[in-house]
Design a protein around this ligand. Structure first.
Ligand SMILES: Cc1ncc(COP(=O)(O)O)c(C=O)c1O
Length: 410
């Protein structure tokens, strides 16, 4: 047998560094959070409050929108929505969650393929639609007409730029998202002529970017693009939603995005913005940057086994709850999220193990050859960065295991 080579894990988020001997979440022992059953996601709103405070310092004049797809749990939304200026939703289901915690005027609805019934709910409710195509614009105008309401309509632009260095690029190429920039001025003129309440532009160029230079460059280009489109349309946008894409360090070698540097660069770009944007407001919409670090997924060790000289810790959670940590949600190369044995976070690493779930697929691997203190059956494994794209971005029904519990710390 060959000795098992360890693979690195991502950096444990700052809020949990240095805790010993046990992991605490929101001031309570992980074991207490897990007592009512595992697997469980525990979310701490205080960590989001810290992120929001950092955002406000770096971007004092910019609105902060939360893209609720990152974590739309109703209790969670109730806890964190008051910290946000707006919420962005991607379906009528998300819209219902958002309307429970925010006024319609602070909600925008983006995403291709909005059905007529979704457009209707948004229009009648006074929510801003970020239009994804001319066809969608036609349907929205017709629905508004039949309802006798003035629709709040913004145009999502497929920019002729892309967010360099982002984990997921959504601009600068043929795309199902947004309307090609060259066709946007004509559409804006049409919306204004039809009497719609035109709310401005939405530009979303990518996600999970850690380079301040790349984000700042994209934001600067977005401001310039918005000005060009507004001039060509002959209409000043009330709001320019600059998108987001702020990443978090999931993997070994990742460093946090320097948002102060991004904020300084954006302030410069806005100070020099063309006159047509003089009265526009600007917004940044963020998902994972706000909430990923606020969540921890706790799973209990059910079995320990050896095979071919390797040790496997088999836990009661897996990719059916935390697909992203298994490397199967939008990552090309599988790498390890930060994880720890919750009862012994301060202890020295003793062994190389793979942490796997109960599903009958080799993809169900939450930690691949990670170095941990020895964990026994009954111990808890904590997987960090579980606050975004966890429960709702995972195939919970796969193989019929129960859903994970989700609790919001109060
Ligand atoms: C339009 C839009 N807004 C916001 C987000 C949130 O991205 P993130 O969680 O990376 O901030 C996405 C992600 O796909 C998106 O498509």
């Amino acid at each position: 047998m060959t000795a098992t080579t360890a693979k690195p894990t991502g950096p444990i988020p700052a809020a949990f560094v240095g805790q010993t001997p046990e992991l605490h979440i929101a001031g309570r022992r992980a074991a207490d959070w897990a007592a009512a059953g595992t697997p469980v996601f525990v979310y701490d709103p205080a960590i989001v409050a810290g992120r929001v405070a950092r955002f406000r310092t770096a971007f004092p004049d910019i609105d902060l929108h939360y893209a609720i797809k990152a974590n739309p749990l109703p209790d969670w939304l109730a806890a964190i929505a008051p910290m946000m200026d707006g919420l962005d939703v991607a379906s009528a289901g998300e819209l219902a969650c958002a309307l429970a915690v925010k006024p319609a005027a602070a909600i925008s609805f983006a995403g291709p393929g909005k059905r007529d019934d979704e457009l209707l709910v948004a229009i009648v409710g006074g929510v801003t639609l970020n239009l994804e195509s001319e066809g969608e614009a036609d349907r929205a105008l017709a629905i508004a007409d039949t309802q006798g309401v003035r629709p709040r309509l913004a145009v999502r632009v497929n920019p002729d730029i892309e967010l360099r260095g982002s984990g997921m690029r959504m601009g600068g190429r043929p795309s199902p998202f947004g309307i090609d920039a060259a066709r946007v001025p004509a559409l804006v003129r049409r919306l204004v002529a039809a009497g719609a309440d035109w709310r401005g532009f939405h530009v979303y160029a990518g996600s999970q970017a850690l380079s301040a230079e790349a984000v700042a460059e994209t934001q600067g280009a977005t401001v310039a693009l918005a000005a060009r489109l507004a001039e060509a349309a002959g209409a000043a946008p009330p709001l320019v939603n600059l998108g987001g894409g702020f990443g978090v360090p999931y993997f070994a070698g990742d460093a946090p995005l320097d948002i102060d540097a991004v904020g300084a660069r954006l302030a410069d770009a806005l100070a020099a913005r063309p006159a047509i944007l003089a009265d526009s407001r600007f917004a940044i919409e963020l998902g994972r940057w706000l909430v990923a670090e606020a969540g921890v997924y706790l799973a209990r060790v059910v079995d320990r086994k050896e095979s071919g000289g390797e040790t496997f810790l088999i836990v009661d959670g897996g990719l059916h709850h935390q697909l992203a940590a298994s490397g199967n949600f939008g990552t090309v190369v599988r790498r390890n999220y930060p994880l720890a044995v919750a009862d012994r976070v301060g202890a020295a690493a003793e062994e190389v193990v793979s942490v796997v779930g109960p599903l009958c697929t080799p993809l169900d691997r939450l930690g691949d050859r990670v170095t941990l203190p020895r964990a026994e059956i009954g111990d808890l494994v904590a997987i960090f960065l579980a606050g975004a794209y966890g429960a709702t971005a995972s195939p919970a029904a796969f193989l019929g295991h129960p859903p994970a519990r989700e609790v919001v710390a109060r």
